[in-house]
Ligand binder design. Structure first.
Ligand code: ZN
Length: 212
């Protein structure tokens, strides 16, 4: 049961394109976004190497915030668009974020957070027609799973959906970092999803299949 083969061929072709088109990294990245059916507008924010304002769903997932447009680095947008099938397979159509681009340091340090570069997004709720709305602060069950069995034994259906999602995002290779309430108290109410800068990334496609 592996769906990897077509992605491998696509990846090789795309990476070949990456090398050839190195002079225009934003063009390469936005071409990849458009290949995922994503629409976007040019944006400009200090600190973001390849800023885009996403104006459509990403891989079938609509990400909204109460107070800001979705302005992120194109590389993060590509990761979210490719990860969309994990969300959709779990019945998730919409998600809310509190913070995407934000100039700030990692808490308790002088290091700029990846949010400063548009490479990270904090996602708090997940909604779908059969799921209702799952909230990370209420429905995520902490302390499940280990390195061998990521999933563990969730007690609730909502907890199971959030844990499957988290495990799949971690294993997809699309994100440099996926932090959950298990990481520390600052993450008690959201998933922090962080992508690798476009010029440094090797994986454009998810390497594991979606679990329903
Ligand atoms: Zn974050």
């Amino acid at each position: 049961m592996r769906l990897v083969a077509p992605y491998v061929f696509a990846s090789i072709a795309t990476l070949g394109g990456l090398a050839a088109a190195h002079a225009d990294p934003l063009g390469e990245c936005t071409a990849e976004l458009e290949a995922h059916g994503v629409t976007w507008k040019k944006a400009s924010r200090p600190g973001i190497a390849h800023p885009v304002e996403v104006t459509s769903a990403l891989g079938g997932l609509t990400l909204t915030s109460a107070d800001q447009p979705l302005v992120i680095d194109c590389s993060l947008a590509v990761s979210l668009a490719e990860a969309g099938h994990y969300f959709r397979a779990l019945g998730i159509e919409r998600a809310s974020f509190s913070s995407a681009y934000s100039r700030r340091n990692v808490r308790g340090t002088n290091r700029p957070s990846k949010h400063s570069f548009g490479l990270a997004i904090d996602v708090h709720t997940f909604t779908g027609p059969d799921l209702g709305t799952l909230r990370v602060d209420r429905d995520y069950e902490q302390g499940l799973g280990d390195d061998v069995d990521c999933l563990g034994t969730p007690l609730t259906q909502g907890g199971a959906v959030l844990k499957v999602l988290q495990c799949q995002l971690v294993r997809s290779g699309l994100f440099h970092l996926v932090l959950s309430p298990d990481y520390d108290d600052a993450h008690h109410d959201h998933f922090h999803l962080e992508a690798t800068p476009w010029g440094d990334r090797s994986a454009l496609r998810a390497t594991t299949q979606a679990i329903h």
